[in-house]
Every structure is written in structure tokens, then in C-alpha cells.
Design a protein around this ligand. Structure first.
Ligand code: FAD
Length: 370
């Protein structure tokens, strides 16, 4: 039987962030994952933007989470000698006159707030950047738009692989599927994972949407949403950044550089069926949206889908089990896993190792207000 201080179950963005925080503090752990490349973290586009949605809402916890995420991924790049994090501006095109007016009203009324801080100079910059771009004539920008100067992108599959390889080189990876109903024996000071012959002081479960089947953390108000993402070929587009316009289009990156003709396009939200199978209706929704602002023909060369683990109120779900001090959970990262995983993982590790409180707003067992 192998003994480690902490076992982390699930190597998506959540479990990987937990593992890095433990590693950075010199703690002993094993990261267990069942493998496969269909998880939400594996197929995510990795976009990080300060403003989201049709109503231009500021991403929740942006001011705290973004600097931390940026530092965190840069540090992981340095340790693994890999490239998967890119900070660069993104562009949002308005899809209608109404949307532009909505933005103008909000932007004008919030000039001193954090919302506008991330957009300073963005309207003037939009005109200049579009004018100077190589893709100007291929993109429909009838209603204008704005630049998000502070935005970023994580190549999630590359980050997960570099992290796995790094931890594997020091024997901290275990490829296995843990049956959370039958595999886990909990005693006062020790948790035994029977099928993998591991004993530990504590476990952190980061299973994504599978948490709904975990009997230890129930009831949990997880509302998973399936998302589809396309890879398309558009040889003459020459897009050099992420554009948002009802959907987003992001140049495919290989070894830190943009591919000349391939783009990811996404993504959709569906609450049923949740099966991880690419959906025909989603293909047609994304294709129509893409056609509405990209004037060039495109060829769909890949179509994938996965299930996002989202909290009922779009906020993460984390913390300790009420009866077992050695059981912890991090979940509910929703559509913001890249931004929120490093910050939430740090909060959880501080609670686990240093007994610091977790924001009650994020407690995994919080309930909807009636
Ligand atoms: C189409 C799409 C696009 C997205 N785009 C973005 C984006 O641009 N930006 C962004 O920030 N977020 C994006 N997301 C959301 C992001 O993917 C999620 O927030 C994030 O991946 C959730 O990470 P997680 O680790 O909680 O869960 P998951 O990614 O689901 O990872 C869970 C891991 O645990 C493993 N596992 C589960 N149960 C067990 C078990 N019992 N034993 C062993 N292993 C187990 C699974 O194999 C998996 O590897 C997107 C999601 C989708 C679907």
C-alpha cells in the first residue's frame, strides 16, 4: 500500500490546479485520472475575457482571479518548459444596434468602476485595430465593437498534458477510475482508495459533472451544460486574435503560434441530453452564427462536445465535507474554468492546510434561495 498526504481525483482544470498548488508548497500528493480525452477541460477553447454574454457582464471575480491565473499559468509554463498561456487582447463585435446601445449605456454610466477599467481606450482602439488588420475585409462589423485589452487564452489540452508529464516524471500520476460509491474507505485519520492501493490523509475530488454520481457529496446543486465546439478551415481569413460576435472564433495554436488556416468556433449550451456526443443542431447553430460575421466560406473539419460542470448560480462549488474533515471537493467551474480554477484551488488548499475560511458564497452545499 502506497501512502501519500493527499489524493486528488480528476485531472481536469480543477484537479490540475489543486495539484500545482500542492506541488508549489512542497506537499506530497497523487493525481488520479481515468484518462480519455473527452472531458470538458480537454476540449475547452481556453478563452479568458473580462466581459461576457449579451449584456456585457464583467466576469465574476475577475479582479482577483485574473492576475492570479496569469501568474499561475506562467509559473507552470516555466516549470514545465512549455508554452500554453497567451495574454492578448480580444475583440467583441456588436451583433445589432440594440447591443451597441446597451453597451454604450452601461459603459458611460460606469466610467469609474472596475468594469470600465478593463475597457479603457477600447472603443478608439477598436476602430484602429480593425482598420489595420489583415482580416478587415473578411469580417462583417456593421455595428462596431470594442476591444478587451486584458484577455487571455490557455491551450487547455497542452496545459493538461504538460502538467501530467511533469507530475508523472516524479511518480505523482495514477491512471485509474475511482468508483466513489465502493472504492473509498474513510476512517478518522486515513482514507483508503482500495482499487489503487493508496492510503492518504485526505482526498480532494475534482470529477467534473460526474460529481452528480458521487454519494459522498450530496445533494450538490450542479447543473451541467453540454457544449459543442467546431474546428473549421478558412484559408484566407488571416485572423490573429479571438473575435466574439454571438459566438467566438479563435485561431488554432500549435506550439505557441497560430495556424494559418484553422480556427475553433464555439460554443453552445444544452441541458439535455447530456451525453458528450456532438449534436447536429449545435453544428447548424454555430455554422449560422459564424456565417453572420465571417464572409468567407468555411469547411468544418472537426466537431466535439463535452459536459461543463456548472453550479446552479454560475459560481464554483467547493469546500469540506460536513462530517469528514478529510474529504474535500472543487467543482462547478462552469464556463470559466481557466479563469477560476487557480484562484479556487488556492482557496481550497488554504482551507485544507491552513484552516482558512472558504467564502460562504462558494460553499459546495449551498442551496438555491427560495
Ligand atoms: C465546448 C466547451 C468550451 C469551453 N470553453 C471554455 C473556455 O473558452 N474558457 C473556459 O474558461 N472554460 C471553458 N469551458 C469550460 C471548462 O471546460 C470547464 O470549466 C472546466 O474544464 C471544468 O474542469 P473540471 O476539472 O472541473 O472538470 P472536467 O474537465 O470534467 O474534469 C474532470 C476530470 O475528472 C476525471 N474523473 C471524473 N471522475 C473520475 C473518477 N471517478 N476517477 C478518476 N477520474 C475521474 C475525468 O476523466 C476528467 O479528466 C468550456 C467547456 C466546453 C464544454
Amino acid at each position: 500500500m502506497r501512502y501519500v498526504e493527499t489524493a486528488v481525483i480528476g485531472q481536469g482544470l480543477a484537479g490540475t490546479a489543486i495539484a500545482w498548488h500542492l506541488a508549489n508548497r512542497g506537499r506530497e500528493f497523487v493525481l488520479i485520472d481515468e484518462g480519455g480525452f473527452g472531458s470538458s477541460s480537454q476540449i475547452a477553447a481556453g478563452l479568458v475575457t473580462p466581459i461576457t454574454g449579451a449584456r456585457h457582464v464583467e466576469s465574476w471575480a475577475w479582479e482577483k482571479a485574473f492576475p492570479l491565473a496569469s501568474q499561475f499559468y506562467m509559473n507552470c509554463e516555466q516549470v514545465t518548459q512549455s508554452r500554453f498561456w497567451k495574454v492578448e487582447s480580444a475583440i467583441r463585435l456588436f451583433v445589432s444596434k440594440e447591443e451597441r446601445e446597451r453597451f454604450d449605456n452601461r459603459y458611460q454610466s460606469d466610467m469609474s468602476g472596475s468594469y470600465s477599467n478593463s475597457l479603457i481606450g477600447s472603443k478608439a482602439r477598436f476602430e484602429t485595430e480593425v482598420e489595420q488588420s489583415k482580416w478587415r475585409s473578411a469580417v462583417q462589423a456593421n455595428y462596431g465593437g470594442f476591444v478587451m485589452p486584458q484577455a487571455a487564452r490557455l491551450l487547455t489540452a497542452d496545459f493538461l498534458k504538460a502538467s501530467r508529464d511533469h507530475f508523472d516524471s516524479t511518480n505523482r500520476i495514477c491512471a485509474a477510475s475511482i468508483n466513489t460509491s465502493t472504492d473509498i474507505a474513510i476512517e478518522r485519520d486515513v482514507v483508503t482508495l482500495k482499487s489503487v492501493d493508496i492510503q492518504c490523509k485526505q482526498i480532494v475530488v475534482c470529477e467534473g459533472h460526474s460529481a452528480l454520481q458521487n454519494p459522498m457529496f450530496q445533494p450538490i446543486e450542479l447543473v451541467p451544460a453540454q457544449g459543442d465546439i467546431l474546428t473549421v478551415r478558412i484559408p484566407d481569413l488571416k485572423l490573429d486574435r479571438v473575435l466574439h460576435a454571438g459566438c467566438w472564433i479563435a485561431p488554432v495554436m500549435i506550439d505557441g503560434s497560430y495556424d494559418e488556416s484553422l480556427y475553433h468556433v464555439g460554443s453552445t449550451y444544452r441541458w439535455a441530453p447530456l451525453n458528450g456526443v456532438p449534436n447536429e443542431e449545435s453544428l447548424s447553430i454555430l455554422s449560422d452564427k459564424l456565417r453572420s460575421f465571417i464572409k468567407l466560406p468555411f469547411e468544418v473539419i472537426d466537431h466535439r462536445a463535452a459536459i461543463r460542470p456548472a453550479g446552479f448560480d454560475h459560481k464554483p462549488l467547493l469546500g469540506n465535507h460536513p462530517n469528514y474533515s478529510n474529504l474535500w471537493i472543487l467543482n462547478g467551474l462552469g464556463a470559466k474554468g481557466v479563469l477560476l480554477a487557480p484562484w479556487c484551488a488556492e482557496m481550497l488548499i488554504n482551507a485544507m492546510l491552513l484552516h482558512q475560511p472558504i467564502d460562504i458564497e462558494l460553499a459546495w452545499n449551498r442551496k438555491r434561495k427560495k
